[in-house]
Design a binder for this molecule. Structure first.
Ligand SMILES: Nc1nc2c(ncn2[C@@H]2O[C@H](COP(=O)(O)OP(=O)(O)OP(=O)(O)O)[C@@H](O)[C@H]2O)c(=O)[nH]1
Ligand SMILES: [Mg+2]
Length: 327
């Protein structure tokens, strides 16, 4: 009898197996022989739709990864020069940042670039609004990062702002949460799901840093039919693979640059500089130009940076003998 292919979605990846969300159950699977042709981009990642041969009494076998409609990726901090594929088929990328010491507008700009480059809608979620007395100021600053970025301030503790997030949770949509450890990603998922489906842990009081409680990526299907992907807090976030995203997030500046008299204008006092003119007229803020410059120069410096990060992590891994870490 010929084997019948089933269609499922990767919800978790373990060391030696893939877990597929299939008809309200979780199916353990491995790759078919000869699946891997040497390109990591071909391997299934969380959020991928896959065809597989179902084996109800043992491991199922993944045959193909279906074409992805979006793909979140970033430079791999452990493997120099390589890209880490984070999640596939994501509609909304929640960029989770807490309104405490963790807050960084530049990090939000990086994630925005990554989301746009990957074909997802970036949404900044400012968490722990209950701990902040000036939420509007932060929300305003974040909204200025890009007109493609939506902003919500929420508190998982008081429930403030959570209702507005439901517009993203509709049948078949996929939401991926990204952000530093301790930002409150898992707590937010629990608050939205109305039950504790993710483990959470208190942050360090000393510096507001998290404890890397979530250790691997995991996709969960909610009762409303939407999928939510929790990710471990990231230690570093580069933009080397988000070139298009940077230009997308800052498309107004890219357009202005085209109007400068000199093609290589640095916007530092050259004549007929459209960028400086936009700042003078109030159309563009100095802060946004600074962010754009930061991310732009990071793109060119990225090789050296990735090398340094990779060296540091290699030493760390060796010392702790942790093997492959998800983040
Ligand atoms: N006051 C307050 N605390 C919050 C809120 N959301 C999360 N926290 C707290 O922040 C701490 C960290 O939350 P987690 O949800 O574990 O953070 P995470 O982003 O999942 O962290 P990792 O899994 O390490 O990446 C916990 O002690 C939460 O109770 C909030 O809205 N208000
Ligand atoms: Mg977590």
């Amino acid at each position: 009898m010929e084997n019948q292919f089933e269609l499922g979605r990767i919800c978790e990846i373990r060391k030696n197996s893939f877990i597929i969300d299939f008809e309200d159950s979780e199916v353990f699977a491995k790759l078919k022989g000869g699946f891997y042709d040497g390109s990591p981009a071909e391997l299934p990642i969380v959020g991928d739709y896959v065809s597989f041969i179902y084996n109800p009494s043992g491991e199922s076998v993944i045959q193909h990864v279906l074409a992805r409609k979006s793909l979140l990726s970033r430079p791999d901090v452990f493997r120099q020069g390589q890209v880490q594929y984070m999640a596939a088929n994501v509609d909304f990328c929640f960029i989770v940042t807490s309104l405490n010491e963790d807050y960084s507008v530049s990090r939000i700009a990086r994630y925005t670039s990554i989301a746009l480059a990957g074909g997802c809608v970036p949404i900044a979620i400012l968490t722990k609004a209950d701990l902040c007395s000036d939420v509007d100021r932060y929300a305003f600053e974040v909204a200025a990062v890009s007109d493609k970025l939506r902003v919500h301030a929420v508190s998982a503790l008081s429930g403030e702002g959570l209702e507005a997030l439901w517009e993203y949770f509709t049948e078949g949509k996929t939401i991926c949460l990204m952000g530093s450890s301790g930002a409150g990603k898992s707590t937010l998922i629990n608050a939205l799901a109305g039950e504790e489906i993710m483990k959470t842990a208190a942050i360090r009081e000393r510096d507001d840093k998290g404890r890397h409680t979530t250790t691997h990526r995991r996709m969960i299907r909610l009762d409303c039919g939407a999928f939510i992907i929790d990710t471990p807090g990231m230690r570093e976030i580069g933009v080397a693979c988000a070139e298009d995203g940077v230009d997308d997030a800052f498309s107004d500046i890219v357009e202005l640059e085209k109007l400068c008299r000199f093609a290589n204008c640095r916007h530092e006092g050259e004549p007929d500089c459209a960028v400086k003119a936009a700042i003078a007229s109030g159309k563009l803020s100095e802060g946004r130009l600074k962010l754009y410059r930061e991310l732009g120069s990071e793109r060119s410096n990225n090789y050296a940076k990735t090398k340094e990060i990779s060296k540091r992590h290699k030493a760390y891994k060796k010392q702790k003998n942790l093997g492959y870490l998800d983040d």
